[in-house]
Design a protein around this ligand. Structure first.
Ligand code: SF4
Length: 444
């Protein structure tokens, strides 16, 4: 209050929810220092690129963005350019070698020191910190949330698995869980602040607590306990989590989901491939039959649950018969939606060095077939909801002025009417499309 504004900042976020969560913390740190938000990079004294190493062409996007910033910085020498996130962690010193006009390179574990690094850059010149270990959870930092009614809450960082296509273990390190008390305190604070929906975040959220013991008991904390504890927080009406590994989706988590009133009926359950041979090469610890068995148990225990997935097409060595297995499993699983990816090698991962990389044209053709199948299934699944009444949490207004909201099963619904973001409305589903539904406001 009344603090002088230290300057303006702009954050560009590439990648996943974990990065969005970190960007909210970066914004919170800059706000706490008296910075104000800018709409354009040319008006900003601090520009942060929060990078992702998971998505395709991450390098190209980062250096493209840095190329655009260079002339702005030449015109405004006060501008400080910060590269944060997974690519900063992975590439460390090489970022400045390729773009010497960058002032701060800050890895995923060093975020709490951001303000000190910006100050040190002003004083002493460029700074790099890509330490290997998280000491302070990003969630413990002040945040400027993008939404008033929803909050990301990080419960663990890092991952102990070694999926051969994935860069996460390299850039986020081994799993480290946050204590249940800390998570709960944060959720309670959000609830007092008017948040009604939280998404618990972790790279492998359901191994939460494997590295913690319950105080006074000597046994491990468990994700199911965390879900039950968060379910008891007054004011929180929806609880989501992402992402789980199918292998660790244990019965106690299924029971907690079934029994906790506020835990939403939606599971993101990454399949990655329907071929056992490819799953082995990916170092995914389950096989397709086991996966389908888990799915059956989940659906039996949680009526109306929506299941979404990730599938990678064209993993090195994937043959036509492997891809046929993926199509078969996808058809059998009847996912509500799938995030489909064309495999592309991530430097530093084991799979990037595998022989038998699949030609782009073959990958594209398989990808198109998979998308066509999944769109058909998504439409069928969504059509099952026509005529049903659903509760929507309003997210805002769409381009045509209609309301946009989500069901507990995480389906996007467009509905006529007026209501503010964060409020709940009832609607009857009147039409279905593969990626969204149309509803009519229903009287209560
Ligand atoms: S479980 Fe997820 S985060 Fe961990 S290595 Fe595998 S894909 Fe990456």
């Amino acid at each position: 209050m009344g603090e002088p504004v230290a300057g303006r900042y702009l954050i560009r976020t590439f990648g996943c929810q974990m990065n969005e969560h970190d960007s909210e913390r970066i914004a919170g740190l800059l706000d706490s220092e008296g910075f104000a938000r800018a709409d354009e990079a040319r008006d900003a004294e601090v520009v942060v690129l929060n990078t992702c190493a998971i998505r395709e062409n991450a390098d190209r996007r980062l250096y493209g963005a840095l190329g655009h910033l260079k002339p702005l910085k030449d015109r405004n020498p006060r501008m400080r350019i910060v590269v944060a996130g997974c690519l900063a962690q992975k590439d460390g010193g090489t970022v400045r070698a390729r773009a010497p006009w960058v002032d701060v390179v800050i890895g995923t574990h060093a975020l709490p020191g951001l303000l000190d690094m910006i100050r040190a850059a002003e004083r002493d010149g460029p700074q790099t910190d890509v330490r290997e270990f998280t000491e302070v959870f990003p969630s413990a930092l002040p945040a400027r949330r993008e939404s008033r009614h929803h909050a990301w809450v990080s419960v663990s960082v890092g991952c102990d698995n070694r999926c051969t296509f994935c860069i996460v273990p390299l850039v986020r390190g081994p799993q480290r869980s946050r204590s249940l008390g800390d998570v709960l305190a944060e959720v309670q604070a959000h609830a007092r602040d008017g948040v009604v929906e939280v998404t618990l975040l972790g790279q492998n959220v359901n191994t939460y607590g494997r590295d913690l013991t319950v105080p006074g008991s000597g046994r491990r904390s468990r994700f199911a306990e965390l879900l039950r504890a968060v379910d008891g927080v007054e004011g929180i009406r929806r609880i989501r989590f992402t992402s789980p590994h199918p292998h660790d989706f244990t019965d106690d988590v299924i029971s907690a989901m079934a029994e906790c009133r506020h835990v939403c009926e939606h599971i993101h359950f990454p399949l990655q491939s329907g071929s056992d041979r490819v799953l082995r090469a990916m170092q995914r610890s389950y096989r397709s039959e086991r996966y389908l068995g888990w799915l059956e148990r989940i659906r039996a225990a949680i009526p109306g649950v929506a299941v979404t997935t990730d599938v990678i097409v064209g993993f090195p060595g994937e043959r036509e018969e492997d891809f046929a297995d993926t199509l078969r499993v996808v058809a059998e699983a009847r996912f509500d939606a799938a995030f489909t990816f064309q495999y592309s090698p991530r430097p530093g991962t084991p799979a990037a060095a595998y022989h038998e990389q699949i030609p782009k044209a073959v990958v594209q053709e398989r990808f198109d077939r998979l998308v066509e199948l999944q769109e058909r299934i998504s439409l069928e699944r969504n059509s099952e909801l026509v005529g049903r009444r659903v509760e929507l949490l309003v997210e805002g207004t769409g381009r045509k002025g209609n309301l946009k909201g989500r069901t507990r099963t995480n389906k996007l619904v467009h509905v006529d009417g007026a209501a503010s973001a964060g409020s709940f409305v009832e609607a009857e589903i009147v039409a279905a499309h593969p990626h969204h539904l149309v509803g009519a406001a229903a009287g209560s």
